[in-house]
Design a binder for this molecule. Structure first.
Ligand code: ARG
Length: 460
């Protein structure tokens, strides 16, 4: 028999350098559990439709079980000359089960086999990622609930803008991660399609039962077009796009954790267990976890771009270029899961410095909009009110005071309609609780949003 399953027509041996260059076993070996499960289902199907005998099928399945155990226990020997995980398992099956192993690949090609393996792998990983996102959303909501009354400055242009509840800020991330989770759930539906039986590209002459294979492997759907099934990787590009989006969200959260933990902000302290020191500056406590998450975002976006570029302009159907899909995909999956998981552990251990946050919200004229709104309430058109308050801010700056530290007489210089009750309008709690517009930061809204989030987390 030929040395390689495909070298019947070759008169020269493959150059060693080519074997090394084309081999994917170094990374696709992690697909082995799916490859074996897929092969077992394929055997059962072939026996069911009578392409192989029941006896053949049980011998093949027994052999595959032995190989699975060898792989599980690290006893399996890998060899570059066998290219990929599919050929490794098939070659070993010949040693373990004898000649019957040569029947396994009937009505199948590595092209539909790899499409199946990647879909099964990504289906598992997407479910695990969804679970991690659920955990992250839970810790964010718990944190919001524990700090319901903490006020902080909200920012635009990284300049203090208006006071908000810290919980409201956290719930903004909750919303982002909720959408990330929803995107992955929708992506999962498109991943969860069974390609086996498409064979090399055109389907097969054998009377296979694809619905049965799908049922054995728990796929709700079978791919409709054999060429599409072996040629496309859009499900993986979609996953990478969703993963990139999620990493972008994580990078923004990380950036805020880095900023908030500086002595300039002092809003939070990261627990010692989740920070690291400097080898030269003894006083340092660095937010490396958040920094590394921020940094890893570039990797995942790079993985997406790698796969998009790989697939661009590829003619139908399978092309060997597509072997290059695995490393970016695996890297993005590993990276995203690690980043989600470390945040799930780190966030609950963050200490919130409520006084510092509250103080920051009290300094810097964050009540200027509210003063303008007060004037509107006294019948002054908003643009004019805006100007009056602008003048008052300039005056207060000059005096080295905040707006609420000016006397009533001083305030009246900017608008005669101002009365004593202005001061109540300029307090933090008033400013927060008056923002009752749907989705606004008022305590009542935030309390309700927390309750709804908790219900949603419990239901899903
Ligand atoms: N290692 C290949 C991949 O990852 C498997 C499919 C190879 N098919 C082929 N006809 N050479 O894409």
């Amino acid at each position: 028999m030929a040395e390689k399953p495909w070298d019947g027509r070759f008169s020269e041996k493959t150059a060693k350098s080519v074997e090394a260059f084309t081999a994917s076993i170094a990374y696709d070996r992690r697909l082995y559990p799916y490859d074996i499960d897929g092969s077992i289902a394929h055997c059962k199907m072939l026996a069911k439709v009578g392409v192989i005998t029941d006896e053949d099928a049980s011998q093949l399945i027994e052999g595959l079980g032995i190989i699975k155990r060898e792989l599980d226990h690290g006893e399996f020997v890998f060899d570059d000359s066998l290219e990929d995980i599919h050929m490794h398992i098939e070659a070993r099956l010949l040693q373990v089960s004898g000649r019957v192993a040569q029947k396994l690949h009937t009505a199948r090609s590595r092209n539909d086999q790899i499409a199946l393996d990647v879909r099964m792998y990504l289906r598992d990983q997407t479910r695990q990622t969804i679970d991690l996102l659920h955990q992250l959303r839970t810790v964010l909501v718990d944190m919001a609930e524990k700090h319901q009354d903490v006020v902080m400055p909200g920012y635009t242009h990284t300049q203090r803008a208006q006071p908000v509840l810290f919980a409201h800020h956290l719930l903004a991330y909750y919303e982002m991660f909720t959408r990330d989770q929803a995107r992955l759930s929708q992506c999962l539906e498109r991943i969860n399609v069974m390609p086996l039986g498409s064979a090399a590209l055109a389907g097969t002459t054998y009377p296979i039962d694809r619905a049965y294979t799908a049922q054995l492997l728990d796929f709700p759907r079978v791919s409709a077009n054999s060429m599409d099934a072996v040629a496309d990787r859009d499900f993986a590009m979609e996953f990478l796009s969703d993963a990139s989006m999620c990493m972008i969200h994580l990078s923004r959260l990380s950036e805020e954790l880095v900023l908030w933990s500086t002595s300039e902000f002092g809003f939070i302290s990261i627990s010692d267990a989740f920070a690291t020191g400097s080898s030269i500056m003894p006083q340092k406590k660095n937010p490396d976890v958040a920094e590394i998450v921020r940094g890893k975002t570039g990797r995942v976006v790079g993985d997406l771009v790698a796969l998009l570029t790989l697939m661009k302009s590829l003619p139908l159907a399978y092309n060997r270029d597509m072997q290059e899909d695995k490393e970016p995909l695996f890297d993005a999956v590993d990276t995203l899961k690690a980043c989600l998981s470390i945040n799930v552990q780190m966030i609950p251990r963050i200490t919130v410095n409520r006084e510092t946050m509250q103080k920051a919200a009290s300094v810097g004229f964050l009540n200027a909009t509210d003063m303008a709104d007060y004037l509107v309430g006294q019948g002054i058109p908003f643009r004019q009110a805006h100007e009056c308050v602008g003048n008052a801010v300039a005056y207060a700056l000059d005096q080295g005071k905040e707006l609420d530290q000016l006397s009533l007489a001083e305030l009246k210089r900017f608008a005669s309609q101002i009365k004593e009750d202005i001061f109540a309008h300029l307090t933090l709690s008033h400013m927060i609780d008056r923002r009752q517009s749907q989705g606004g930061t008022a305590t009542a809204n935030v309390v309700q949003a927390i309750a709804e989030a908790k219900k949603m987390l419990a239901d899903s």
